[in-house]
Design a binder for this molecule. Sequence first.
Ligand SMILES: *Cc1c(COP(=O)(O)O)cnc(C)c1O
Length: 391
Amino acid sequence: MSPKKFETSAVRTQVERSQHDEHSVPLFLTSSFVFEDAEEMRASFAEEKKRNVYSRFTNPNTNEFVEKICQMEGAEEGCAFATGMAAVFGTFAALLNSGDHILSARAVFGSTHGLFTKFLPKWNIQTTYFDVADLDRFEELVTPNTKVIYAESPTNPGLQVLDLERLGVLAKKHNLILIIDNCFATPYLQQPMDFGADLVIHSATKLIDGQGRVLGGITVGRADLMEEITAFARNTGPAMSPFNAWTLSKSLETLALRVDRHCDNAEKVADFLLQHKAVEEVRFPFHKAHPQYAIAKKQMKRGGNIVAFQVKNGIEGGKQFMDNVAMCSRSSNLGDSRTIVTQPSISTHSKLSVEDRLAVGITDGLIRISVGLEHIDDIIGDIKQALDKLV
Ligand SMILES: *Cc1c(COP(=O)(O)O)cnc(C)c1O
């Protein structure tokens, strides 16, 4: 049989079941597993026999989650983590040595920026930022110690799109490990390994859960690299809980369906914002006016669920919009079934210096909307009444 389509493997991936032959996969809440006899125990610990031993290492629910994401991303191996940040940290900690150098896209998730600037330098691991829109100058930044290229695409919250294929070629040329945080796109919209990524990281907390319930993270990719990362995770203990893995595996069954509707709604919100008088600029990867529209079309199936726009009157205009929304949630999360509005300049990115903030396109009046699954008329209705009060 030919490989299954995305939606089918999301639903039908073969997983472990109990002796009851249940149809829906049960929750395996057990910290450890028992052995038939001493020989089975010996063989399991010697890793001659592949089986579950202890839930810090593997568990049927986590195995299911990892297997599904590997299939979706076209990856050989994977390792699940308690959160997206545990996956980011575990990946760097496992692969890098003191003295190594990271080249990262400038616009990265806030806690990832914190890891690069506050903690990795303690172990003599330095990071240099490159500009997503200026890959022509990328090679000037490569040093003999550079080991990893790290990036998100689309970026948060500026929605810049990185040319993954071009970055893949640069990584090969300089023998660097290319790691992509694919959280905004999800494996449904973009598979970075097709463009040369060696590893892909997800915060499963966002669209993969999609209902704002649980935290989770995962790294998948090349088997040789995953071996190091998995060994690190097993010894240091940032394991995903079986309950979260069970929840997230169920969520994956509806990922394609949900993300398609998220994208339908986001396209309509982006189109609506374009013609509103209180709006100065709209950023959406699948809008023709987006500076990297052609690249977005090449590497993404659809434009995603995040729309960013700038309201008139900077910080104050943004705060008024935030105060005016009646239905949408004022929150910093994203990828939820509920539409969420955020003003990054006064919240998620307020700790950045003004120069650093503007360098990644986070202007004072920038609003990020994570478009949800409510009826589109209600989403646009709420945004419209909030904006109408500003003109
Ligand atoms: C949320 C997020 C993370 C961190 O994930 P957590 O599950 O919150 O630890 C990492 N990268 C991106 C792009 C994110 O949006």
